[in-house]
Design a binder for this molecule. Structure first.
Ligand code: ADP
Ligand code: MG
Length: 402
């Protein structure tokens, strides 16, 4: 059983370290989508109302294990202050004298946000010993640990796994509510059950396909990983995103899907661009004719095409359960957002359960103007949700289990 904050006892005047996932998109030094911050508010308010001294920790982006100003959490502290309606103290370090002093100054009900955990290479180190040393230093700052960064519970990282072993630790309200929805999807999903995959973390996401295939009826592939599929089928893909070392895996998925009777569907057409930029020229071509566009072998596939989007929409609307992770194209550029928009629209029309997961996918549907109520659930976790749905044990959750 998962230990939750309801079992944390009296937290009044205790220093509670809260791990959030504040990995939010920034533009011009401002938070451009605050969904993940808002998702953390119930836990933050629960703990501050109970009189805890709250020390929030998070990562942001993928800095190289050293301080990088563009990945500072300072803008997040500002947005969190606005949302909470109270001042959030931003602390420019995660460990050491500055951090201890700032935490020592907190009163019950106060909130501090420490700087980006990934400015320290030990946070995401592959070496558990190194992670443990960093976690031990973080643990000095608190009496209790609350884990609520659902988007990172599938990662073996110091602030997710090792820290939870060093202090009395509990899951926060966000993790609880995310799990409630995903557990429903794993128990007995109504069928047809469709999974839509896109985005850019190609190798991460390919890993889940093998385990998802036996559980679902249809798999629709768009986004960056589509081009590795096309290439694995022998098509030329110009300068589109490519992970050659995945070819054998992909060929395996295609035949496994066949054997299981799962429809694995690729769009028939794609949008090819002259360059990776918002003002790129573009052309719609058949998926097997990418290099026949006027950009030849230099064209880059940045979205699924309209016929593909139409097919995906009809398959989504005709499903009873749909899980979607990963934008269909580079939605940040208006000309390449149409595939993502069509899929979002179809998701909103599902007569059944529709779950959108992933930081960028959630940001995309909000940017495109969809209301959060348009879907059954918007999950803050992409990779974490997918791994949960495949039935994997997630290290950041296992460590919170009795
Ligand atoms: P999520 O955060 O929802 O899990 P990812 O982080 O995997 O999703 O991917 C999101 C990113 O994928 C977006 O920034 C989008 O621009 C990018 N993307 C989508 N399609 C393509 C493509 N064809 N080529 C390159 N990047 C793409
Ligand atoms: Mg992402």
């Amino acid at each position: 059983m998962l230990r939750t904050i309801h079992q944390a006892g009296d937290v009044r005047n205790k220093a509670v370290i809260l791990r959030c996932d504040f990995n939010v998109p920034l533009s011009d030094g401002q938070v451009s989508d605050d969904g993940r911050i808002r998702a953390a508010l119930p836990t933050i308010e629960f703990l501050t109302n109970a009189g805890a001294k709250l020390v929030i920790i998070s990562h942001l982006g993928r800095p190289d294990g050293s301080p990088a100003p563009e990945y500072s959490l300072k803008p997040v502290a500002e947005r969190l202050s606005e949302l909470l309606g109270k001042s959030v103290r931003f602390v420019s370090e995660t460990i050491g004298p500055t951090a201890s002093k700032a935490v020592g100054d907190l009163q019950g009900g106060d909130v501090a946000l420490l700087e980006n955990l990934r400015f320290d290479p030990r946070e995401a180190s592959k070496n558990p010993g190194e992670r443990n040393v960093y976690a031990s230093e973080l643990a000095l700052l608190g009496d209790i640990f609350v884990s609520d960064g659902f988007g990172v519970v599938h990662r073996e990282q110091a602030s997710v796994l090792e820290l939870a072993k060093l202090l009395p630790s509990h899951a926060g309200l966000l993790i609880e509510s995310e799990l409630k929805v995903l557990e429903n999807l794993t128990i007995s999903p109504s069928r047809p059950y469709t999974v839509v995959l896109g985005g850019s973390k190609v190798s991460d996401k390919l890993g889940v396909i093998q385990h998802l295939l036996p559980k679902i009826d249809r798999l629709l592939i768009g986004g960056g990983m589509l081009f590795s599929f096309l290439a694995a089928k022998g098509m030329k893909i110009g300068k589109s995103l490519l992970e050659k070392e995945q070819f054998l895996n992909i060929q395996g998925f295609l035949s496994e899907a066949d054997r299981l009777g799962v429809s694995l569907i690729l769009p028939e057409d794609v949008v090819v661009a002259s360059k990776f930029a918002p003002d790129a020229d573009f052309e719609i071509v058949d998926a097997d004719a990418i290099e026949e566009s006027r950009f030849g072998a230099t064209g880059i596939g940045l979205d699924i095409g309209p016929r593909g989007a139409e097919l995906f929409s009809s398959m989504i609307k005709d499903s009873k359960t749909v899980f979607w992770n990963g934008p269909m194209g580079v939605f940040e550029f208006d000309n390449f957002a149409q595939g993502t928009r069509s899929v979002a629209q179809a998701m909103a029309e599902v007569d059944g359960i529709s779950v959108v997961g992933g930081g960028d996918s959630a940001a995309a549907v909000r940017k495109l103007g969809f209301s959060e109520n348009a879907f059954t659930h918007i999950s803050t976790g992409g990779g974490a949700s997918l791994e949960f749905l495949e039935g994997k044990l997630l290290p950041g959750l296992e460590v919170l289990n009795d």
